[in-house]
Design a protein around this ligand. Structure first.
Ligand SMILES: *[C@@H]1O[C@H](CO)[C@@H](O)[C@H](O)[C@H]1NC(C)=O
Ligand SMILES: *[C@@H]1O[C@H](CO)[C@@H](O)[C@H](O)[C@H]1NC(C)=O
Ligand SMILES: *[C@@H]1O[C@H](CO)[C@@H](O)[C@H](O)[C@H]1NC(C)=O
Length: 269
């Protein structure tokens, strides 16, 4: 008897905790826009001009709590404004590329993204408002035409100083650990994420060798290793070049929140 009561209590609290775990937490916030697309696209995450190709120019800067010292870089968010007369219910999908240090608002969107919040004919009205109340949620990034891609950063110096940035990171996770090794070797060298950007570096990259990577991605309740199965950087890797990792991340990290996604958001890509 006592045991079954215990089991009942236990399983109902388990159900409760499951109910609080969701893919999509909805947050209330506000957003403005920047007239300088490049300032946001080529922002503190360090993606440079390549960010223009991420998401059709739909990019955003976010306040420090969302930027998370660079960990939030590359994350995708669905944002909609709360004035239903002016704005669509689907809103817009943006990729985080920059830290918003000074603005009064939580997000600064590229002008193109800000205008896309509006219903047809409402873009100018929105621009005149300048700041709008929004709801947002993190959503998975999808890059159908790209695997996770490694860009060798300008701060790299041959032979062993290697700095990289990950582009086209799919799914809804954070990259929290990165190791590099010579292809086929188990002598992994850890990399460090540096300078509040999304750039990872090491001064111990194996010199003159083809390189492979392994990462830990996580976001809420769990971590997972992602291994590249082949050579990613050739022995003669070039600064400024991009290399296909041959893998893509599709995992979605659970967040604990209330309320969860209400489900009335139009799906956008
Ligand atoms: C935007 O929201 C933040 C709180 O999240 C608040 O501190 C700030 O004053 C708001 N800005 C505007 C312009 O309403
Ligand atoms: C890694 O980045 C940090 C911060 O930008 C820098 O101080 C350090 O020298 C870099 N190390 C290497 C090996 O590039
Ligand atoms: C991703 O990598 C796999 C394995 O190397 C490859 O077969 C595939 O063509 C790549 N996909 C894209 C979109 O580049």
């Amino acid at each position: 008897m006592a045991t079954s009561v215990f089991i009942l209590l236990f399983s109902s609290s388990l159900l409760l905790s499951l109910a609080c775990a969701c893919d999509r937490c909805v947050h209330q916030s506000n957003a403005s826009y920047s007239t300088s697309f490049l300032a946001i696209a080529a922002g503190t995450c360090g993606y440079g001009a390549i960010a223009m190709d991420f998401n059709g120019g739909y990019v955003a800067a976010a306040r420090p709590a969302l930027y998370r010292e660079g960990l939030g870089c590359g994350g995708c968010f669905q944002i909609r404004c709360k004035d239903s007369k002016l704005c669509t219910t689907g809103g817009v999908k943006v990729v985080l590329t920059d830290l918003n240090k000074n603005s009064q608002t939580d997000f600064i969107l590229s002008r193109k993204a800000f205008m896309a919040l509006g219903r047809p004919g409402m873009a100018l009205k929105l621009m005149r408002l300048g700041t709008v109340d929004i709801e947002y949620k993190r959503i998975p990034c999808e890059y159908k035409k790209h695997n996770l891609t490694v860009r060798v950063e300008e701060t790299s110096q041959k032979p062993s100083n290697l700095a990289i940035n990950f582009l086209y990171q799919g799914g809804q996770t954070d990259i929290v650990l990165v190791d590099v090794a010579k292809v086929g070797s188990s002598d992994w060298k850890y990399m460090t994420r540096s300078g509040h950007s999304a750039v990872w570096n090491t001064s111990n990259a194996p010199a003159g060798e083809g390189l492979q990577f392994r990462l830990v991605v996580t976001g809420g309740y769990d971590g997972k290793w992602v291994w590249t199965e082949k050579e990613v950087l050739p022995a003669d890797w070039k600064i400024g070049s991009m290399y296909d990792s041959g893998v893509q991340i599709t995992d979605i990290a659970q967040e604990g929140c209330s309320p969860c996604d209400t489900g009335d958001w139009k799906r956008i890509n």
